[in-house]
Each structure stands twice: as C-alpha cells, then as structure tokens.
Design a protein around this ligand. Structure first.
Ligand SMILES: Nc1nc2c(c(=O)[nH]1)N[C@H]1C(S)=C(S)[C@@H](COP(=O)(O)O)O[C@H]1N2
Ligand SMILES: [Mo]
Length: 401
C-alpha cells in the first residue's frame, strides 16, 4: 500500500527546506508495494512508460499532440539502483578537492544548503536528457549484433525546462582555483553493485572544468515545478548536449580536482569498445543525431485514410536541420515539414501527411540531417555496450485494407 505524508509533515519539510510546497510527498519506494519497478516513485501507466529493469522507457505515442516539452508523467527514468527520498531541510551540497582554494578534503569542504543556492541568480535551460544506451535494442533487431544492457527502443529521452543555478556560480562561491582540471558530481542514491558482487560506489561522473564553467546547471526545478523525486530532487546536474549519465541526480557532493578524475562511469563504462574503435577511445561526451516517430511498432493505419505522421529529431552536437521520411522501408523518401523551436541540445518537431495506398505491414523510417550536414547512417558500427545507436530506425506499422 502506498503511504503519503500528512499535510503537516509536508508543510514542515517545505518550511524547513524553503522549497516550494511539496504536495503529495510520498515515502521512499521501499515503503511501497512492489510495483512493476519498485525503485521508481511515480506511477507507470502502460500508455506512457514501459518498465525496463530498474528503469522506465517513454512510449513515443505519448508525445503525439504534446508541446515542445516532455511532461513529467511520461519522462523516462534511468536508475542504477532506486530513487532515494532526500530531506531538503538537511540536504547539503559539499564542494571539496584540490581544485578549490585551501584544497579541502571530503567532509571539510564548502557546504551549501538549498537556501544558499536559492540566493544565486536563477537560470533556465530547455535541453534533453538522453541515455547513452537509448536505441540499444536496434543493434539486435536491425543489425543482428545484440549488446547487453537495458533494451531501450527510442524512448530513453525527454526534453524539459530545467531551472536552477549555474554550476559556474557555485564553483566561484566555493573558491574554484585557476588550475582546476575536472569536476565530479556524485549522487546520494545507493552505491551500485558490480557484476562480481563488489561495489562501484555511488554514481559519479567527471567532466572537464571548461564544460563546468560553461553551461552546466544545478537544476532545482523541472517544467516549472520542484524537481520530482525520480528526476533528482532536490538538485540534479544538467550537462547540456552530453550523454544522460553526466546529468547526476540527487547530487550530494562535487569533487573539484587539479588533475584528471575517473570513475567506473568514464573508464570501464561509457567508452566505445569495438572493432572499429581505438583501444583508448575517450569517454563519451555529446549525444549524436537521432530521430523518432511519435508512434509505437504495429500502429494501425487504413488504406485511403489520410493521416499526419509526426516525430522529433535531436542531437547534442549540432541542431537538426531537416528530416526526410520513407513510408516504404527506405526505397523512396520525402522531406518532412519541420516547425517550432529548435533549441541547442533539445529537439526539433516534424510532420508529414501520408495516405497509405497498400495494405499490409510497411516499415516507416525517418532520417535527420544536422546543420553541419551529418546524416543518420543506415548501419551503426557495433560497440560492445550498445551505446549511441544513431542509425535510421525502421518502424513496422499495420495498414488495413
Ligand atoms: N545519482 C544518479 N544520477 C543519475 C543516474 C543514477 O542512476 N543515479 N542515472 C544516470 C543516467 S544513466 C541517465 S540516462 C539519467 C536519466 O535521468 P532521468 O531518470 O531523469 O531521465 O540520469 C543519470 N543520473
Ligand atoms: Mo543513461
């Protein structure tokens, strides 16, 4: 049974943490009956989210008719373990390490409360969070070379309006030194068990100080509301353009170092390993160009009945410029109409009218081109962990006579 905090408890938490009032605050997932994904707090209606292990993938039809942003109720969740419930009143963000003045050790660093962060200038970024493994299942289903890991189709992405403070301002407040090299935010969720039973420690992922001082956010809000539990409450890192894992949720500390930092998430994982990649391939950074229909496989159509096919295209590298669509498995192509916003690190909507002429199963396909001229390829070179599948995806749909 699901338990909720009383209104008084909720008010107390809100007052203590000086966060917007949290209505319907729930107890940790552990207190809930085992749902399809016990570690996720929000509901997972079958028409919006598909359970995948400890994660939930967005159903693409759920974006049809929506605006530019992905609503909270259908935003995918990627949890290495489970969503923790962090008390905003006692939460502190600790900055420490050799890249700060005085070079404080962990525990003796600069500790900031939510109130401290709220004194800083508020900024917004409308950008995607996308898992590096999004599309992984197509290595198996389209290329016959399965990769282990969560079998995402294309729903491991969402675009939200993230509001918070600039990491740059927080680093300056903490006394960042001119010789700082890397920063490494770390999550407060449970340590991650390794395959051999040892522990990988808490989810943490370094990135260069140059990116940290550029456009990285510490987000406190998502789509105009307090950050939801599953998406990092009370604070998450948002690294525009970069792979999902860089966007550390439930951030509790940030190590700032005057040398390079490493963790399992930029060494043994999140590198391209495969026959076409060098042995020392660098850690993944930006997200490649992709596109998706706002449809699910097997969607029903009817001969002679006009419809408008809709979808979105995105990249963390360069804005999408155009999208072409095939309704005959890639034999012929037509330019789709793109419209609306096309923000850096977010996505671009597109549509194409279609009147099916033949009954049976047909494969729809979309191919995006970015403003540097890159196009989604037909085949993606294999990598061991199935990262960054950016190929043209064929979507089978059923056309009734
Ligand atoms: N602390 C913490 N941060 C995390 C993760 C996690 O398991 N723990 N997962 C990462 C991964 S792999 C992805 S793809 C994104 C997913 O963000 P979302 O769940 O808000 O969609 O969060 C990243 N940040
Ligand atoms: Mo991810």
């Amino acid at each position: 049974m699901e338990r909720r905090l009383t209104r008084r408890q909720t008010l107390k938490l809100a007052a203590a943490g000086s966060v917007p009032l949290l209505t319907g605050l729930r107890l940790p997932p552990a207190a809930r009956a085992a749902g399809p994904v016990p570690g996720i707090v929000k509901d997972l209606p079958a028409d919006l989210l598909i359970p995948r292990g400890t994660n939930a993938e967005m159903v693409w039809t759920a974006m049809s008719g929506q605006g530019y942003l992905t609503p909270y109720d259908r935003f995918f969740v990627r949890n290495h373990t489970r969503t923790p419930i962090v008390n905003p009143a006692t939460w502190r963000l600790e900055l420490f390490g050799t890249g700060l003045r005085g070079q404080p050790r962990r525990g003796a660093g600069v500790k900031l409360s939510l109130k401290d962060l709220e004194r800083l200038e508020r900024v917004t970024a409308t950008v995607a969070v996308e898992c590096a493994g999004n599309g992984r299942s197509y290595f198996a289903t389209q290329q016959g070379t399965p990769a282990p890991g969560t079998a995402w189709t294309l729903g491991g992405i969402g675009v939200a309006e993230w509001k918070g403070v600039l990491l740059r301002d927080v680093l300056e407040l903490a006394g960042v030194r001119g010789d700082a090299v890397d920063v490494m935010p770390e999550g407060l969720d449970d340590p991650v068990p390794a395959a051999d039973g040892s522990s990988l420690g808490n989810v943490r992922r370094p990135f260069p100080i140059k990116k940290a001082l550029d456009d990285v956010l510490i987000a406190l809000e998502m789509n105009g509301k307090t950050l939801p539990f599953d998406h990092g409450f009370p604070a998450r890192i948002v690294v525009p353009g970069w792979v999902g894992v860089a966007n550390i949720k439930w951030v509790g500390s940030i190590r700032v170092a005057n040398g390079h930092l490493s963790s399992p998430w930029n060494t043994t994982q999140y590198r391209m390993v495969g026959p076409t990649y060098p042995a020392d391939a660098p850690p993944l950074t930006t997200r490649p160009l992709k596109s998706a229909f706002e449809l699910t496989p097997g969607a029903p159509f009817k001969v002679g009945q006009p419809v408008v096919l809709t979808g979105r295209a995105w990249s963390g590298e360069a804005r999408p410029r155009s999208v072409r669509v095939s309704t005959d498995g890639g034999r012929t192509w037509q330019g789709a109409k793109t419209y609306g916003a096309n923000g850096d690190g977010a996505w671009l909507r597109w549509e194409l009218p279609w009147t099916p002429t033949t009954a049976g199963t047909v494969a729809l396909a979309a191919q995006a081109t970015d403003r540097l001229g890159h196009q989604q390829p037909d085949v993606v070179p294999f990598n061991r962990d199935g990262y960054l599948f950016d190929g043209i995806v064929r979507l089978p749909v059923r056309v009734a006579a």
